[in-house]
Design a protein around this ligand. Structure first.
Ligand code: AMP
Length: 221
């Protein structure tokens, strides 16, 4: 593929967006932006902005749009990290963010919106078992697939822990928020003429990755 795709990856928390977005970014040689990872990194670094975001994250609430858009706008600026193709993971999270993204992308529209589809009962189990690297949230493990040395990240040596928001209350709250705020984004994109493709996210990572690249290759021409 010569064109560097501009993609949005949608899906419930625990659908596998982080893992797949990382592999897709490598495959297509594009940038991976996870707003969640970015907020967690800022919170771990103790910046005012990160600590502000953490208050909402720990409660299972969305971070206010003004904070989110400030970060995304900076990344999308000409010459910024997203200037040469990207996959957005965890953004947009509601219709207002999707509308704002359209405005920021003026002249270089999205190639495809990819919906990674996994039933709620499957993601609840995955989220309860998920463990992540504190140094890099894109390094993801689980109690059934731990790192080789317990609990040290295979990739960067960071400590591997359970995310603060992967507790039963927060998981259910976040999934309810997904249904209310994030699910309708697909209709918004369809209604505005975008290519929206749904990919079955249940199965081994390698198999899901192959489904995703087939769908993206067909959509990005
Ligand atoms: P994630 O890692 O994508 O599950 O995001 C973790 C948490 O970060 C979410 O539960 C929200 O509190 C916050 N967050 C991440 N991305 C966004 C976004 N686009 N809009 C609002 N909040 C976000």
């Amino acid at each position: 593929m010569t064109v560097k795709p501009r993609l949005v990856l949608l899906g419930k928390q625990g659908a596998g967006k982080g893992t797949q977005a990382k592999s897709l970014a490598r495959h297509y040689d594009i940038a991976h932006l996870s707003t969640g990872d970015l907020f967690r990194a800022q919170a771990a670094a103790g910046t005012a902005f990160g600590l502000e975001a953490k208050r909402f994250m720990d409660d299972g609430e969305l971070v206010p749009d003004a904070i989110v858009m400030g970060v995304v706008e900076e990344c999308l600026a000409p010459g910024g990290p997203l200037a040469d193709g990207f996959i957005l993971d965890g953004f947009p999270r509601n219709k207002a963010q999707a509308v704002e993204l359209e405005r920021l992308l003026d002249g270089s529209p999205l190639h495809a919106i990819v919906h990674l589809d996994v039933p709620r009962e499957v993601v609840v189990e995955r989220l309860s078992e998920r463990r992540v690297c504190v140094k890099n949230g894109a390094h993801i493990y689980s109690v059934v697939k731990p790192p080789a040395v317990l609990w040290i990240c295979d990739e960067c040596g960071g400590e591997v822990v359970q995310r603060d928001d992967d507790n039963p209350d927060s998981i259910n709250k976040r999934l309810d928020t997904y249904e209310r705020d994030t699910r309708p984004i697909r209709e918004f994109y369809k209604a505005s003429g975008h290519k929206v493709v749904t990919v079955d996210g249940v199965g081994e990572n390698r198999v899901v990755f192959e489904r995703l690249t087939s769908a993206i290759d067909a959509a990005v021409v």
